[in-house]
Design a protein around this ligand. Structure first.
Ligand code: NAG
Ligand code: NAG
Ligand code: NAG
Length: 377
């Protein structure tokens, strides 16, 4: 039995707790590389589970940590903290919080339950010169000490705390077993699902698909006349883009290759997505090689998982995705943040940030079908 790869992922904006929903089209007995030819005409459409998906609206100031009820209701009133502005510290928070789909905006908060008492200041002391007394006043709002990071995550599933398997599972918004389907029908279905999701408050960002010809053809219908593009006008809002990515595995290798191919000392320049507009950040591949040298000469290893092959891949090795993933790895991000300053690695913050963006992207874009390998009842 074979399964068609997942076809549509809709990324949902942070307002709703940024989760990933996807739509799978598959044919139980489709041979692996049969193209789209065997698929035509919809056989069955399972009742859409769409409406069950929106979940409760998030309270403002709700804590972003998985399973934390901080500020969700009146009984759980807690103080919350925004993410730090300093990029390096902010990344440390992101790394610490066991949640894979975390996207931080200025409204993303972490509540006091995740900090140790040592990290939180609840009172302020004043020295009153006139009387020589030291006064202690309770702060209206507790504040964090310098450099504090969240450390306590009592209700997170343990798989999220481990660095290995870590991702909130995707959810099906729609499952459509088909025996035959034509691109136009598939397009109509994709569009319907995107519109339905938008209607209940989600924001569809894009579609991730493999390079199957029927998928490509279906997606190209978002343009009139049909034409395959990386970006379309969003069917729910003409001012927004709807992105289409083909083959996330291929893309992540391309990003790595382009980076290595930079002739300017392996610097990749990229826009800073938050904060200052028009600011440019730099990611340096050469400091990854330096980091590798540092690691291999030190007795106590940080475990960043870099290998020679990952850093100097041959043309053949550039095809190997697990080598690319040794570069886009959260261990490496941690390693950079820990060792960057100590070893004076130029652009380590920008590089860690760049890697982190693609780690997050990979977690989102590379979701396989939840029921991969299972049969539909
Ligand atoms: C899946 O595709 C095959 C052709 O590859 C076709 O013979 C079969 O009927 C399809 N299965 C279903 C469940 O539609
Ligand atoms: C997808 O397949 C088409 C036709 O086989 C090919 O021209 C195109 O380059 C492929 N695109 C990607 C991103 O692999
Ligand atoms: C890809 O690289 C990994 C890590 O070096 C290795 O274990 C694996 O065998 C390689 N895969 C192929 C197909 O060469």
């Amino acid at each position: 039995m074979f399964i068609l790869p997942a076809l549509l992922y809709l990324k949902v904006l942070p307002l709703f707790g940024q989760r990933l929903y996807h739509f799978i089209v598959r044919n139980k007995s489709r041979p692996p590389h049969d193209g789209g030819a065997a698929l035509s005409q919809l056989v069955l459409t399972r009742p859409c589970t769409l409406l069950g998906l929106a979940g409760p609206m998030r309270m403002p100031n709700a804590c972003c940590v998985t399973n934390c009820r901080g500020n969700y209701d009146a009984e759980n009133k807690v103080a919350v903290f925004s993410f730090p502005k300093v990029e390096e510290l902010k990344l440390k928070w992101i790394q610490a919080i066991p949640r894979r789909d975390l996207v931080v905006t200025k409204n993303t908060k972490v509540c006091e339950k995740h900090f140790t008492d040592d990290d939180i200041e609840r009172v302020s002391t004043f020295y009153k010169e006139s009387t020589g007394e030291t006064l202690i006043a309770k702060l209206k709002k507790p504040r964090l000490k310098k450099g504090a990071t969240p450390k306590i995550f009592p209700h997170c599933p343990s798989y999220l705390s481990s660095t290995k398997v870590a991702r909130d599972g995707p959810e099906d918004v729609h499952i459509v077993p088909v025996s035959h389907i034509v691109a136009e029908d598939l397009f109509t279905l994709i569009k319907k699902i995107i519109l339905a999701l938008e209607e209940i408050g989600f924001k569809g960002m894009g579609i991730v698909t493999d390079n199957n010809s029927i998928n490509r053809k279906a997606v190209s219908n978002f343009n009139n006349p049909p034409q395959f593009q990386a970006q379309y006008q969003h069917p729910a809002d003409e001012k927004r883009p709807l992105f289409c990515l083909i083959d996330s595995v291929h893309l992540i290798k391309c990003v790595r290759n382009n980076w290595i191919n930079q002739k300017n000392g392996y610097f990749m320049y990229y826009p800073q997505f938050e904060g200052e507009e028009n600011a440019v950040q730099t990611a340096s591949f050469s400091i990854l090689r330096k980091l590798y040298d540092i690691e291999s000469s030190e007795l106590l290893k940080f475990g960043i998982g870099l290998t020679r092959k990952a850093l100097w891949p041959t043309n053949l090795e550039r095809q190997n995705v697990s080598l690319a993933l040794k570069i886009f790895s959260s261990n490496l991000v941690k390693g950079l943040l820990e060792l960057g300053e100590k070893h004076n690695l130029m652009h380590y913050g920008g590089t860690a940030n760049f890697l982190n963006i693609f780690c997050t992207w990979w977690d989102i874009a590379n979701v396989k079908t939840v029921t991969w390998g299972n049969h539909l009842d």
